[in-house]
Write a protein that binds this ligand. Sequence first.
Ligand code: HEM
Length: 414
Amino acid sequence: MSSAGIAVTELPTAPAGILPGDGPFWERLPPRDARALRLPDGILLQDQDDVRTAFRDKRLVNLALAMLRSDPAVDPAFIERRTKQLLSMEGPDHLRLRQLTMTAMSPRAVEGYRARMRSIMENLVAPVLPQGRCEAVEALLRPYPIPVVCALMGIPDQDIDFFSRVSADWVAFMHMGTGAAAVSYAAHLDMDAYLLPVIERRETRLGDDMLSHLLRAEEDGDRLTRQEIVNMIGGFLAAGTDTTRYVLGSGLYLFAQNPDQWQKLRERPELVGRAADEMLRCAPAGGFISRYASTDVDVNGIAIPKGTAIALSLLALNYDPTIVAEPHRFDIERPVVRAPHLTFGFGPHTCLGLHLAKAELEEALLVLSRAFVTLELDGPCEWRPPHGLQGPTRLPIAFTASTAANGEARRMAG
Ligand code: HEM
């Protein structure tokens, strides 16, 4: 790889900027001495200034869209459709959509969504409490984020399975490559067919739900079209489902490994916000964020030729000892710093759902820490292979149920 003065170190065995091996991905960080590492299919940037510069550079564009464009077998109608997703857009059109969505995703709106999150997690915990153990991915993590978004949209429970299937298919091409583009496109059309009539009906009786906030949003007479709202909701489900599951799953793993921190959270629930941030720092939903060089780009002296895939390492920054003291220590009482982690990205595409995601993590932690007096691992965990998003795919846990929570669970069951 050519470079303008800055050496790009070879690291051919790290497909996702994570060294091969078993166990939690944050324990397999590549060496941090090189600013840029060459991966089999691109370049990993891991210096904080370079990563922030790259996040701001609009010539470094969405990799998933570039992949679709490079495959002549992909239906052009799907490519056109994907250009309308926030992550694919840049400049004024992107800003307009973000501004019109701000109110629905604001901290104030999110406060109003918390009770629904809490009751969804309480309903998931109740049936496992008497057993004292469960496989947390199936019992608690997989069924959490989609019902939350559905509840916030006012979508009935009986349609949650449909949304789970469509959300998984919607992102299939991102995980499986352009060969899955047809499945993803079909999911986009299924989402249109379901949601457009829902939106039309909701327009006549606006409430306090997220969909109503999106319908009410207005800037100088400009409003979101129905199709833009469908795209937005699809984007929320695609961006907010596995990410939330994986951070919560990795977080429970970290708590199980650090029982003193679990006790601290139980005794001082007011630490929940810091606990969520510490989970997000230690175990971002992915080790890195990808971009694609639409032209030759120079990132602070590192030459990136047109057509290169770039991985912006979140892990390198979240574990940077010059920012976070003893970064491998899981500590929910860390002093508050201005930018504790880059798990929600940086620059124009910073996660639009970050307040919602943090609230989901906090409400889940509050319910679980009230219910489980102790928390430990109950067998080997399995982790996603080191590509794309990262987190546990199997997380057996054992716990002692609190007497109060157990009584409440029996009352709910009765
Ligand atoms: C812990 C959970 C989450 C994590 C770690 C996370 C992380 C991220 C990151 C890193 C980005 C930037 C991607 C890039 O620059 O390419 C992003 C973007 C985005 N996220 Fe999240 N996210 C989470 C939850 C959510 C939720 C719950 C929602 C909505 C319901 C959401 C909606 C979005 C949207 C719409 C974007 C695109 C923003 C844009 O392109 O302007 N995310 N997220």
